[in-house]
Write a protein that binds this ligand. Structure first.
Ligand code: GRG
Length: 304
């Protein structure tokens, strides 16, 4: 993908993303060595290293680089974001939540390690995430690290991801969920994690308040876009293609954008969210903003 709006050097998003994801995967592997107690470290590694698109760590690095930071300044934060993402998936798959047997084409954590260890692996990943940022971030003034940690906690806690999950769970099976309620859920459950990612990357990277705000808004639109595309894919792709529990009716008790507004309107909404996200980048140097411009396009076009 070549980002539109960049005239001089052709920018290869694919190569840029592949290089970043390679570095992220190496750092994640090193972040959780296999030590005693072996069972918990095995369970943490099982979910953390089981593939995945690595969108949040990638976004964190790209945002930091856009505001003048470097990859190494935010690599511990990028790993922390993937730890939080992994723990949220482990807990989301538990019998008390979505009760899923398959994630990324593999048995879910509780199917392999049992429920107790799966819960604890999630807990340990969440604790390690904050430890990792606090103890391993180098080259960033301490006040920026503290601010970044505080922001991240806010975005993933009861006002953010956890809040969205609670409302999502209580809306399951309800037939009269409105568009406003659906947006409330997705802005917290999915978009808040993406927003927290951008804010963390921008704060650690040394962005101004104005830059942080623009990137936060970019991430909010991109996060919602991710979820609208997810909903469309759930309708248009089979569960096997998506690596989800085969045979489970994915839409049985989930309210989705296609259910509320139809596939065509959902596609139009996704297109609008992509444009709204990309507009937030107009104040930045287009060459430097090319990775984020292309990321919004990637999220809109993805097929898994
Ligand atoms: C975060 C403290 C804390 C607790 C977790 C269980 C829970 C509370 C929240 C659920 C959050 C959740 C599962 C949101 C869905 C996010 C989402 C769209 C996941 C799919 O992400 P992909 O497609 O996954 O990027 P891959 O496999 O590519 O990593």
């Amino acid at each position: 993908v070549c980002a539109e709006g960049t005239s001089k050097l052709p920018f290869s998003f694919k190569a840029y993303m592949a290089q970043k994801i390679d570095a992220i995967n190496q750092a994640l592997d090193a972040a959780v060595p296999l030590k005693e107690p072996r069972k918990i470290h095995e369970a943490m590694r099982y979910s953390l290293l089981a593939g995945g698109k690595r969108i949040c760590p990638f976004l964190c690095i790209a945002v930091s680089e856009l505001v003048g930071g470097t990859e190494s300044m935010v690599m511990p934060a990028a790993c922390a974001l993937e730890m939080i993402h992994a723990m949220s998936l482990i807990h989301d798959d538990l019998p008390c939540m979505d009760n899923d047997d398959i994630r990324r084409g593999q048995p879910t954590s509780h199917k392999v390690f049992g429920e107790a260890v799966a819960v604890l692996a999630g807990d340990a990943l969440l604790a390690l995430a904050f430890q990792h940022i606090a103890t391993l971030t180098v080259g960033v003034p301490p006040e920026r690290i503290v601010r970044g940690i505080g922001e991240l906690g806010k975005f993933i806690g009861a006002e953010g991801v956890v809040g969205g999950q609670v409302v999502d769970l209580s809306s399951k099976g309800q037939s009269d969920v409105s568009l406003e309620q659906l947006e409330f859920i997705h802005l917290r459950k999915t978009a808040a994690m993406v927003e927290g990612t951008a804010v963390l990357g921008a704060v650690l990277g040394g962005g101004s308040d104005d830059e942080i705000e623009k990137l936060r808004t970019f991430a909010r639109y991109t996060g919602l876009l991710f979820q609208v595309v997810d909903d469309i894919l759930d309708v248009t792709k089979s569960s096997v293609e998506l690596g989800k529990t085969a045979g489970k009716d994915l839409l049985a008790d989930n309210i989705t954008y296609p259910k509320l507004m139809g596939i065509e309107k959902s596609r139009e909404f996704a297109e609008k969210l992509k444009k709204d996200a990309q507009e937030q980048l107009s104040g930045f140097d287009p060459q430097k903003a090319a990775p984020l411009f292309a990321l919004a396009h990637y999220v809109a076009q993805r097929s898994k």
